[in-house]
Write a protein that binds this ligand. Structure first.
Ligand code: AMP
Ligand code: GLY
Length: 428
């Protein structure tokens, strides 16, 4: 099978590494990729968000499967163009990708499907925003109603800051969704869907804030680990029954079946599981941790999702180890990432036992050196027998990497290692 992977990031690099281990995959190509991806497979300088350009490349390469990584190409209709040309594609249509592209649409589907989520109101001006903030009270949650790569959300105790974020979104011509605050630990669960059948991967936890102890602004994600030992038994079944199943059915019923991965961003609150958000793609950096443990050949699995045959797939198999991924971000990420600096120690990190280095925003300069080219630059993944050993390995890898002014969190998976994550029993 010849596979083409669309996207430039760490998630795509993790998918490609996994495909290279699939005995049924004979060729892997990427577009546009990054420095790390180009070192592993052939990368093509094609605009990922141009459906015609992606289709032309898939035709030229005679791809048997195209995997679309990020949300922007999905929202631009890349999957639709491939489907129309009968090329199997893993990733939803433009219409189904609305589950991520519009928070208001996602809320509507959840209401139809009876899926538990935060109470929310859409506001289009300062007056309705203030009303909604006061109705729910502090802490305030204000979300830009569009694609913002995880950075369009402000959670704050400061009413003025909440109003200022709403005003910014209105000024840009958008609306906002204002929500009740959900307490409790967060979990990301990736559910593969072929439009009718669904198969969950292993749950992961992401770290959204830039600084240790969940301080500072939200980012796309600064680290992740999987599996989550502290989850209550039956958690994944519950999510399938109460969240993923009903959502996938509702999407099929309205004539926009969801094919690809439904990313369920969940909070385990005192009142039970609540959906924080849906995404229409794999999470980044959770994918780097989750796929490090997947033994089932990935290409065949995603092809089954693309072709409507997920029902025939054998139960997934996983390595027993734990995976911890730590992101190296540029100086001044997320506000104004500095790029163009040389990265050192990549080979030394990757040579350590149980360590892999996945590239995100990287490029090669004229002198042939690997340089930073984005906000999130790398994810260093440690795979170990226990959470402590996986953390140790990831941070041993991080210690080898040099990048001027770079930032990383030192507490990825730390509270889990210390047994400090508490899930309140429902109703308490
Ligand atoms: P989103 O882009 O919707 O995932 O939001 C980004 C992050 O903001 C989430 O991962 C949460 O940490 C936080 N967040 C979003 N919505 C809520 C909410 N209703 N209550 C508490 N935290 C939230
Ligand atoms: N890690 C969060 C996301 O991919 O949206």
């Amino acid at each position: 099978m010849k596979v083409l992977v669309i996207g430039p990031g760490g998630r795509e690099h993790a998918i490609i590494r996994s495909l290279l281990n699939d005995p049924f995959v004979t060729e892997v190509h990427a577009a546009p990729g990054n420095a790390g991806i180009a070192a592993d497979v052939q990368a093509h300088a094609v605009d990922a968000q141009n459906p015609e350009a992606v289709l032309a490349l898939a035709r030229e390469l005679q791809s048997s499967l195209v995997i679309v990584g990020p949300e922007a190409p999905l929202a631009a209709g890349v999957a639709d163009a491939l489907t129309a040309a009968n090329i199997p594609v893993f990733g939803p249509s433009q219409a189904a990708a609305q589950l991520e592209a519009s928070k208001a649409f996602a809320k509507e589907i959840m209401a139809i499907a009876g899926v538990p989520t935060a109470m929310a109101r859409v506001a289009t001006d300062a007056v309705s925003a203030a009303d909604a903030l006061d109705a729910f009270g502090a802490p305030y949650v204000v979300k830009d109603d569009g694609l913002a790569a995880g950075k369009g959300v402000v959670v704050t105790g400061d009413r003025e800051e909440a109003l200022a974020h709403a005003a910014e979104c209105f000024a840009a011509g958008g609306s906002v969704v204002i929500e009740e605050f959900l307490d409790g630990p967060e979990v990301s669960l990736f559910v593969l869907s072929d439009g009718r059948h669904a198969v969950p991967l292993a749950p992961a936890q992401d770290f959204k804030r830039i600084f240790d102890d969940d301080q500072g602004p939200n980012t796309g994600g600064m680290g992740a680990y999987s599996p989550l030992e502290w989850l209550p038994e039956g958690f994944v079944d519950d999510v399938m029954e109460r969240v993923a199943g009903p959502t996938i059915n509702a999407m099929a019923d309205r004539g926009t079946p969801f094919t690809g991965v439904l990313y369920c961003g969940l909070a385990l609150t005192r009142r039970g599981i609540r959906v924080i958000e849906f995404n229409a793609r794999f999470g980044d950096p959770e994918t780097q941790a989750v796929l490090a443990r997947l033994k089932t050949p990935l290409g065949s699995l995603l092809l089954a999702a693309a072709q409507g045959t997920l029902d025939d797939v054998e139960p997934l198999t996983w390595r027993p180890e734990t995976a911890v991924g730590v992101v190296v971000a540029s100086a001044h990420y997320p506000d104004a990432p500095v790029t163009g600096d040389v990265i050192t120690g990549l080979d030394e990190a990757a040579a350590l036992e149980g360590v892999s280095v996945l590239h995100a925003g990287t490029a090669v300069n004229d002198a042939g050196a690997t340089i930073s080219a984005g906000g999130r630059v790398l994810a260093v993944v440690g795979l170990g027998k226990s959470l402590s050993s996986a953390r140790e390995r990831a941070y041993a890898g991080i210690a080898k990497i040099g990048l001027a002014g770079s930032q990383h969190r030192t507490d990825i998976a730390l509270r889990a290692e210390q047994g400090k994550i508490i899930v309140e029993p429902e109703g308490h």
